[in-house]
Design a protein around this ligand. Structure first.
Ligand code: RB5
Length: 150
């Protein structure tokens, strides 16, 4: 069976977390595409969020993990890409339910908000929880329809 491919990316607020998430995913047997950054320098988070979100929207990567200081800037930027549902989460319930109910395809984390241990648990929950479908599909379709209204 082909390995699931997960995209990871961060700015300077999330480098240590991103490296830990990447190592964790590789250890779990996922394929990982790393959109950077690779060294600790200040960058503008939309520069990382945009190509990663486009790769997820295009289906080149199944799901994505984006990490900045809060997780919020990354989610705002990623959600501008058509087909992306990016959720900034800092606790377990949201990381699980944003997959079950929103079919979110990018998890955004705050490197200055949560520790690495929590980050890895949220990543596992996000990747291991399937979309529930049913009535939630109708609601996700309504979000998608908003993309056509611009
Ligand atoms: C960078 O200092 C910081 O603004 C960024 O990592 C993020 O938290 C933005 O939402």
């Amino acid at each position: 069976m082909e390995k699931r491919k997960i995209a990871v990316g961060c700015d300077h607020g999330g480098l240590e977390h991103k490296e830990a998430v990447k190592a964790h995913l590789l250890e779990r047997g996922f394929q990982v595409e790393d959109f950077g950054i690779h060294e600790n320098k200040s960058v503008d988070y939309p520069e990382i969020a945009a190509p990663l979100a486009e790769a997820v929207a295009a289906g080149d990567c199944e799901l994505g993990i984006l990490i900045c200081g809060t997780g919020i800037g990354m989610s705002l930027a990623a959600n501008k890409v058509k087909g992306i549902r990016a959720a900034a989460c800092s606790e377990h319930f949201s990381a699980k339910y944003t997959r079950l109910h929103n079919n979110s395809n990018i998890l955004c984390l705050g490197g200055r908000v949560i520790g690495i241990g929590t980050a890895l648990e949220l990543v596992d929950l996000f990747l291991d929880t399937p979309f529930e479908g049913g009535r939630h599909q109708r609601r996700v379709d309504m979000i998608t329809a908003l993309e056509e209204k611009k």
